[in-house]
Design a protein around this ligand. Sequence first.
Ligand SMILES: C[S@@+](CC[C@H](N)C(=O)[O-])C[C@H]1O[C@@H](n2cnc3c(N)ncnc32)[C@H](O)[C@@H]1O
Length: 317
Amino acid sequence: MRTKIQPKSELYQLLTPQQIADLAESLIEHRELPRQYGYVGTGAQHWNQQSTEELSPATNRLLNADQAYLSELISRRERWDVVDLGAGNGLPARPLLSWLVDAGRMGRYVATDISADMLRMAEHNIRTWFDGAVPFEGHIIDLARQPFATHVGRTPRLVLHFGNTLFNLRNRDQAFGMVHDNMTANDFLIQEQYVDSPQDRLTRSARNLGPAQRLPPGRRFLVDLLGIGEDLYTLESGYDLQRSERFERIRLTTGASIRFDAGPVVDLDAGESLLVIRNPIHGRAESLAKLGEYGFTTPHVHHSDDERRLLTVSTVA
Ligand SMILES: C[S@@+](CC[C@H](N)C(=O)[O-])C[C@H]1O[C@@H](n2cnc3c(N)ncnc32)[C@H](O)[C@@H]1O
């Protein structure tokens, strides 16, 4: 006997029919909630809050600590377009944009994001901070399947990847392949990522699966939208040693049948789990090797004082 579940009507307003079909397929084929669909409606507000209070200040500190190098990089060309991959609210990019404006080298700021709600926030922020000095262009793109190159011209580009966006994707190799193929020899990929220390590894090996209390609101959003109430699952968070991924997943305590309007039925048994988020975390050497595998050359690396965050500047040359 399975509990019948109806997704909330809001789901059909916030996601396109194609996205809902993809979400259902991901549940059926991979037992995974695609994280990229969770940044709409109140999900976007949750991200904005977390980004503003907690995450973007850390990215900004990392950029500021590497300002000398980044300013020298900016000075190498007359003008740069900036392409922000999964721009969110635009906050992590703010220091770079202000250095470009101050140097008189700001071209276009091309914010790409799967979520129109996030792009609206980014546009509002950019206009407020820069008062027209940063020409904003927002493009709704699913970087898991669409290129960004159609939206950019011949000006050299600084391509920003902050906040783990592509790492969260199930098919991240394909996404990085797309980014690589969309860049030219004049462009630079500026990426921030979390890295592991040897001590982190030891701690994880000793305690790689733990119960967690409750999903934070941002990551609970899509679960709630599907109608999967908290009485139907327990939460697990841990570290998958084989995949080098931190994960959160919900494990159903009862069988459930999710019935999409005019769409598929997703049958889940008691004891099955659904992945809510994955975050691959490598050590510094592996992170650089991964960039190499994707075809990037990385002439510059900077890390935070605690060595948990790595800023890399890579080319496809
Ligand atoms: C983790 S947030 C990072 C935002 C920002 N870069 C930062 O560092 O704060 C992910 C952002 O990328 C967007 N996003 C997630 N998956 C995406 C995809 N497949 N294609 C385009 N945008 C995506 C989300 O809507 C969200 O705004």
